[in-house]
Design a protein around this ligand. Structure first.
Ligand SMILES: NC(=O)c1ccc[n+]([C@@H]2O[C@H](COP(=O)([O-])OP(=O)(O)OC[C@H]3O[C@@H](n4cnc5c(N)ncnc54)[C@H](OP(=O)(O)O)[C@@H]3O)[C@@H](O)[C@H]2O)c1
Length: 338
């Protein structure tokens, strides 16, 4: 068994990590680390875990993690808080999967520009591996610090990569229009995600300046070798979970839907969690799973990519376990097939 700990245990992504790991045949959760006062039972914070886990929340204590022979920590903290803790875990010889954005952007100058603060762990940033298993499974297998990819970026990167790699679209004229359920904002209440504010309403936010923009561009530049520019607008939509992205790209020359489908099918051959669907995707079809559903249309002067996923599973905790499986030499799909 591989002993693991979950950090930020009271949050939404931590709950999903715990739920997936409880059915993982090679994992034992030995610590749930939390700032919650009075070491409450994990199941009292997440009632859906009643009778499924009997651990209590505990404070972060490196000595105790070492005593418990923890080999991997799933860090489910907000950005900023993550990079304060992770260097200590890595120094203690524990592998880390970071679900926050702290280690995703390779250039600390770009991190500061988009996240508004200096990066605190430049050497960790240099060694971290961006964890998109469809593209860099070899690096993932050997890394000690894994930067789990963002929720919105995965729909855009996975939808656009085949088109960019095959040089089918103009890389600097891409529009990504995304909608997310409210759990994307985490469990901490905020005015914008308060029920009367967001229910029965759809609204855009961070137009043209959302922090996931440079992550999409960085990953797509890496796979395509070209400069990529994305205009990204996210929207909040009154549902619990799910992300839907509608992506508009300008083809360099005429291409049929059939040709695109054949190319994408070949590109993602043997990738267990990419589904090229023959119908228009809907979030309800991938919610609760680690799948990303993709569909391609040629319409007017555009190729339109439609992508749907569960923000908490494929967008965060599911792909984190997929990465964990690769890091520990296990079949990629372990504990993740519905
Ligand atoms: N929600 C999504 O769809 C999604 C998708 C992809 C990535 N992510 C990323 O995953 C991370 C966790 O997201 P989430 O949705 O699970 O958030 P969340 O529900 O707000 O949970 C984060 C947890 O981190 C701990 N925490 C909060 N502030 C902290 C601080 N300043 N210092 C130390 N610990 C703190 C808290 O747990 P304790 O009180 O138990 O310590 C909190 O419950 C974030 O970085 C987020 O950007 C989220």
């Amino acid at each position: 068994m591989i002993n693991v700990a979950v950090l930020g245990a009271s949050g939404y992504t931590a709950l999903e990590v715990i739920k997936i790991l409880l059915r993982h045949p090679h994992v034992k959760i030995v610590a749930c680390i939390s700032r919650q006062e009075g070491t409450p039972l994990v199941s009292s914070i997440h009632p859906s875990l009643t009778k499924r886990i009997d651990l209590r929340c505990e404070e972060l204590d490196l000595g105790s993690l070492k005593e418990k022979d923890v080999q991997c920590v799933f860090s489910c903290l907000p950005h900023g808080a993550s990079m304060e803790v992770i260097p200590k875990l890595i120094k203690a010889g524990i592998r880390v999967i970071d679900l926050s954005a702290d280690y995703r952007l390779k250039d600390p100058v770009i991190y500061k520009k988009w996240y508004g603060e200096e990066h605190l762990d430049i050497s960790g940033l240099a060694s971290a591996v961006y964890g998109l298993p469809e593209f860099n499974s070899l690096d993932i297998k050997t890394c000690n610090l894994l930067a789990n990819p963002g929720c919105y970026p995965q729909t855009a990167i996975l939808g656009l990569a085949p088109l960019l790699v095959e040089k089918l679209i103009h890389p600097e004229q891409i529009i990504v229009d995304s909608k997310s359920g409210v759990s994307g904002a985490g469990r901490n209440p905020k005015q914008a995600t308060h029920f009367p504010e967001c229910n029965e309403s759809v609204s855009a936010y961070q137009v043209g300046k959302h922090r996931h923009t440079p992550e999409m561009e960085q990953a797509l530049e890496k796979v395509s070798g070209e400069r990529v520019k994305i205009m990204f607008t996210p929207h909040l939509i009154p549902m619990d979970r799910g992300i839907f992205s509608t992506i508009y790209a300008k083809p360099k020359k005429e291409i049929s839907e059939q040709a695109i489908n054949e190319l994408v099918c070949k590109f993602y051959k043997d990738k267990p969690f990419i589904r090229l669907v023959d119908h228009l995707p809907a979030t309800k079809d991938s919610v609760g799973t680690n799948y990303v559903d993709l569909h391609y249309k040629v319409a007017g002067d555009y190729i339109v990519v439609l992508a749907a996923e569960d923000n908490l599973i494929r967008g965060a905790s599911g792909v984190a376990v997929q990465n964990f499986n690769l890091m520990f030499g296990l079949p990629e799909v372990t504990a993740l097939l519905p």
